[in-house]
Design a protein around this ligand. Structure first.
Ligand code: NAD
Ligand code: ZN
Length: 248
């Protein structure tokens, strides 16, 4: 019997408001590499440089042949058992919502409703000149047919993805997420190294933390429970235990 799972399920059931914060580790089990692990993007390129606003503006050819490939690879990925467990816990009203650093759309694909995408998303793109919005595929088709940089059909400005890149401002979702956390009792951090600002400041807004991450994080000392295991399995076990206690 796993006492950490029981303790976590009890914390969730007794919390007046619970939120989830996810990072790249949430999606590695869906086949999307994170940045910093042994199998992460840093092993083959410098994702910070490849996906920066500087490069997009000064060297769009490099951006659309390098950094952009990371984004294109996300489109056909599927939610894993962890994403599905979180969607079910929200449906059961045990969690109020998710704040994610991921741009892979997998929480929404899994059926989660209240999702704050604080690093943007890869469903749509927009024109840097007139602001018009298009589906990601519109830009993808242009890039793949050799139009680099891809141009807006309305004004011929350059199209860019709706993701927050290094050098960009944080979107409105970030302030909305902070608001939510100000009234949150319990935060479950999943698959984040908690080293990327300003998201790494978010745990300080809540009373209680649970951390599910393969490797240590700077907040480990402040957590009620820590799981150094694969997120998908842990989340399925938590869901089962919440259901079991719920049915007692
Ligand atoms: P990170 O790469 O810094 O940290 C990921 C953490 O997850 C690591 O500490 C790793 O040990 C852990 N991890 C990996 N697989 C795991 C698993 N199956 N179970 C439990 N833990 C696991 O990622 P970050 O802190 O999220 O920061 C990198 C930034 O890059 C993010 O802000 C994000 O915007 C972006 N990013 C997004 C995606 C995506 O959308 N899927 C992928 C890569 C990077
Ligand atoms: Zn335009």
């Amino acid at each position: 019997f796993n006492y950490k799972i029981l303790e976590t399920a009890q914390l969730i059931i007794n919390s007046k408001k619970t939120f989830v914060l996810t990072g790249a580790g949430m999606s590695t089990e869906s086949g999307i590499p994170d940045f910093r692990s042994d199998t992460g993007y840093y092993q083959k390129m410098d994702p910070v440089n490849a996906l920066s606003k500087d490069v997009l503006l000064s060297n769009p050819k490099r951006f659309y042949s390098e950094g952009y490939k990371i984004l294109e690879d996300l489109n056909d990925k599927k939610p894993n058992e962890g994403h599905l467990a979180l969607a079910e816990l929200e449906e059961m009203k045990y969690i109020s919502g998710i704040i994610t650093q991921n741009i892979d759309n997998l929480h929404t694909k899994a059926g989660s409703k209240n999702v704050y995408e604080v690093h943007g998303e890869t469903r749509r793109v927009h024109c840097m000149k007139c602001g018009s919005s298009f589906e990601f595929k519109v830009m993808q088709d242009k890039v793949n047919s050799g139009q680099i940089p891809p141009k807006c059909d309305k004004c011929s400005g350059i199209l860019r993805p709706n993701v927050v890149m290094f050098g960009d401002m944080m979107p409105e979702d970030f302030q909305l997420a902070v608001r939510e956390l100000e009234s949150t009792e319990l935060l479950i951090v999943i698959g984040s190294s908690l080293t990327v600002a300003p998201v790494n400041y978010l745990p300080q807004y809540v009373e209680k933390l649970i951390i599910i991450n393969n490797t240590p994080t700077p907040e480990d000392n402040n957590a009620e429970v820590i799981f150094r295991e694969q997120a998908g399995t842990v989340l399925q076990n938590i869901l089962k235990e919440v259901k079991r206690l719920n049915d007692l």
